[in-house]
Every structure is written in C-alpha cells, then in structure tokens.
Design a protein around this ligand. Sequence first.
Ligand SMILES: Cc1cc2nc3c(=O)[nH]c(=O)nc-3n(C[C@H](O)[C@H](O)[C@H](O)COP(=O)(O)OP(=O)(O)OC[C@H]3O[C@@H](n4cnc5c(N)ncnc54)[C@H](O)[C@@H]3O)c2cc1C
Length: 559
Amino acid sequence: MVSNKVLKSSLKALKEFAKRRLPDEEIIALDARDECPVEIVRDMCSPDKLGIQLMFVPEEYGGLGGGTFDFYRVCEELARIDLGVATSVFATFLGSDPIFIGATPEQKKLWLTRMAEEGLLFAYGATEPDAGSDLGALKSVAERVMDGDKIVGYKITGLKQWISNGGIAGAYTILASTPGGPSWFIVDKGAPGFSHDKPEDKHGIRLSNTAALALDNVYVDADRLVGGVEGEGLNQAQKVFGYTRLMVAAFGLGGGWSALDRAIPYSTKRIQGGAPLSEKQGYTHKLIVPHVARLEASRAYIEETAERIDAGEGTLNTEGAIAKFLATEAGNMAADASIQALGGYGYTHEYMVEKVKRDVRITTIYEGTSEIMEMTISRDRWQLHLKTRGQYYHEQARALEALHTRHPGVGAGIAALAMHALAEVMEKARVARLTRHQHILLRLGELIAYAECAGCLCRRAVRSAENRLHEKANLRFDATALAALGRIFAREAAMKVAEEGLRWCTGADGIGEAEMAAFEAAVALPAVHRAQAGLLADMDYLADVLYNRATKRAVAAAS
Ligand SMILES: Cc1cc2nc3c(=O)[nH]c(=O)nc-3n(C[C@H](O)[C@H](O)[C@H](O)COP(=O)(O)OP(=O)(O)OC[C@H]3O[C@@H](n4cnc5c(N)ncnc54)[C@H](O)[C@@H]3O)c2cc1C
C-alpha cells in the first residue's frame, strides 16, 4: 500500500491532468466523434507524464505498489473524469493481472517492469463471441509446438470479442485452451496472424477503444504461457475478482456521483414555480437524496471490503460481487435521475449527464453482469445459510442490534430488521425448495446485497463518529450525515427484503394461505413499516447537507 500522502498527491495530479487535457468541451467533442484519445491515454500511463499505471505495479518492478484501497480511490477519480478513459487504464491493469497473479518471476520482471517504465498498454482478452458470462464455453485454442518431446511454443487460434484497448494495446493477455486446460498467453501487438477489428460503435464509453481480436495460428514461444503451467487460466482469472470487481464498483460510484454533482448545483440555479428546484422536496427526495444514500451504502461496502483484502483476508470474491452489484446499479440509477433532474437540458449533450448515463451503463455489464453478480452472491451466502443452520443472517442481525444499543442513531436497529427478515426468507426458500427457481436464487442475491450494504453503512457511520475511519477513507460526509444516510438506506433495505422476500416466496407458491400471517410476522413486516417513521425528516436533513444550507436541522439521534 502507498502512504496516504502519495495517494493524495496521485489523486491531485490526476485531477490536474484531467483539467488540462480533458476539459468538458474536449470530452463532449471526443464523445461526439466516437474517438479514443490515444495520446492522452498513453500520457496517463507514461512514467514521464502522469504515470497513473504506476499505482497498479508493485514496487519491486518500478511501480508505487498501491493496495486495493488505493485502487478504489484512483478508480473513483478516473470515473469522475471520464469512464471511457478510465476503462482504458483499467484494461491495462486487468491485462497485466494474469501476469501479476500467475506469472513466473522472470515473466513478472519483464512485463510488469515494461508496464512501469515504458507505459506499455495491455488488453485483457477473455470474452469471445460465444463465451461471455460463461467463459467455460471458450473456443480459442493453443496447440503445442514440439521439438522432440519438449514444448517450445504454442500456436493460438480463435476470436475475442469486446476487448478494451483491443486496437491500441502493445501487449495482450489471451485466454485459450491448451491440452492441459484454459491458460493465459502474452501476445505482442503485430504478431503474425494477429489482428484487430475496427473500434465498436458503442452506446457509451466512446472515449475507450473496444475491438474484436482475431488470432490465426499466432505463434508464441513457450515462455509466453503465463506461469509456465497449462490449465491455470480460470484459477488465475478467479483470483483477482475481489479487487477487480471493487474497481468497477468504484467506477459505478464515480459515475453516479459525477452525474449528481452536476444535478445538485444545477438545481440551485434553476428557478421553477418561483423558487430554485433545490428547495422543492418532491424534487430532491426523488431525484437526489435516495441516490446519494444508495451510492454511499455501496461506498461503505467498497471501503470495508478493500480494507479487508488489504489486511490479507483473501480474495473476497463474493464481497467484490456485492460491492459491484450495488454500486453499479446505484450509479446507473443516479445518472438516470440526473438527466431527469436537468429536465430538457439533461437530455442534451452539452450538460454531460446524458453522456455519464450512457457511460455508466457499461459497469453493470462488464467484469461480470449484474445477474452473474446476483448468482455469485446468492450461491455463496446460501452455503453459509445452510452451514449455520439458518443462523448466518440472524447472527449478523444480533451484531447490529448490539451496535444499535451502543449507537442508537445510525440505523443499525433497522438494518438488523433487514437481516432477520433475510434469514427468514432464506429459510422459507430452503424449506419450500424455492431456489430450484433460478429467479428466486437471483432475487435473493439482490436482497442480500441490500441487507449487507445497509449493515455496512451503519458500521461506517459509527466508525466515523469514533474517528476510526480508514485514513484514506472518503470524507465527504461527517458522522451526523453518515448516520442519517445509514437510517435512510437501512429503511430502504428493510422494506425491500421484507416485502420483496414475501412477494417472491408467495409468488413461487412457497407459502400457503394458512401460513401467510405467520410468515408476515416472521419477516417482521409491521416493525419494518414502523421503522419508516422519521424518514422524511432524515431526507430533509440530508438535502440540507447536500445543499450546504445554513438551516440544517438537528435530527433526533434515535431512529
Ligand atoms: C464496452 C465493453 C468492454 C469490454 N471489455 C472487455 C475486456 O477488456 N476484456 C474482456 O475479456 N471482455 C470485455 N468485455 C466483455 C464483457 O465482460 C461481457 O460482455 C460480459 O461479461 C457479458 O458477456 P456477454 O456480452 O457475452 O453477455 P451474455 O453472457 O450473453 O449475457 C447476456 C445477458 O444474459 C444474462 N445471463 C448470462 N448468463 C446467464 C445465466 N446463466 N443466468 C441468467 N442470466 C444470464 C446476462 O446477465 C446478460 O444480461 C467488454 C464488454 C463491453 C461491452
């Protein structure tokens, strides 16, 4: 991990670079021309210019050796500038990941040093025309080239689809099947038989280069097989999901906030019905405040997960999936609401929010779609539910109840209601065998994400009140505002888990008429409804915080 001082100066340099090289007018023009600013991307990754890629390269290979928390902060900032350019930087990081995770010491030294010293751009070639979410359907093959009984090289043949930096990278990591199983190979730009298609004409992230790749008997020496052992490819890809998904989560967060940070000042100047829109509760409480709460709940989860990964708790793939799911869905909703918040102006290019909306849309698709995230989350937590005989979320609820006793104002008691309800819904799904319906399994994934993020935001509010936030944590909101956010989001999560849990269990015919009242009591529907008391006051308070209004009302601490 880099020091906080180095992180701060990197973020500052990134902002200054963007101000000079990527002002709004330039971004709008590049977006309209559907052009990837290749020179700017190269300068961002050039050690003599910005050198932002150094954050992602370990110190021993000439980089800064950033940790997961640093990656999150940098990715959020990149996304606030432009998600297309952010994707280019991310693709270089992703492309080098199989090397970072699985390469031999010699391969690491060669390729990671080139990334640090030359600013070599990578592309990550996993997806194929028929293998997207299901990489097991991979068709690219790498045939061994033998000299006697020694493998001297491989000939790779196949097609890759939607590859970021596909037309501009200097080196590509390509996933292909060998006789020993799927494996990563490092392929140079310009290798005979290797070509890329023209850039895709995309809905958004039009400043990024996305291209299909074709490999026709492309020869690579045996030392281009990452790690030197066949069949490790899918393992190597799996090992990084925790933090790569956190990075895309940070993209969702940055994208969502960049839209809201345009809508908020706009609404202070736009007068309708004799007053600024920012003073209209029906406007702020629909188009701004709930989105802030969802984004900050996902931030809490991103920060907590990043901290745990950096502390050596493992890859935390499920937590990465929860963070990605909520942050990218929240970012997407926030950007959509921001178009609405600007009315007709929001629908034009000049005001940028429609571009942000088009851009942020990709974050729910790449690096694992939202539906794949729901499945990943649900399958993992289902196992925990079974292993603990249904107690996993009841235990989480009890921990939150204990937190509520010590800190009654952060919404932990309401988040506990969400957790108890979740445990009951999952138990009903087990007893009635409802997860045989894939839809129920995936809906559980969504409910789990909401409940876990609600608990996490309450913990973050407490840490803030006790001055125990991570030293690199985002400090936009103080402890009182975080407590209000905790209460707002916990109410949403509790409603969602109890009502939608009930809906899907009933919808799958898992609850007979005779059991209905008992199940409604088990998910504590009346308590969840009563917990909504005070919601408007909290939203009023948060709107005051967001608009920096002197009239800030003190909200009763107790929820
Ligand atoms: C702009 C862009 C950049 C990209 N960059 C890269 C890159 O650099 N490198 C790379 O390797 N890939 C890249 N990708 C590919 C990206 O990761 C895939 O598009 C993504 O994983 C989804 O795969 P797919 O497009 O084949 O969709 P599919 O897998 O066909 O999914 C289509 C829909 O079906 C749903 N679905 C899929 N499987 C299931 C299931 N089992 N149950 C229920 N629903 C399901 C999905 O959630 C989705 O809604 C990029 C894609 C885009 C658009």
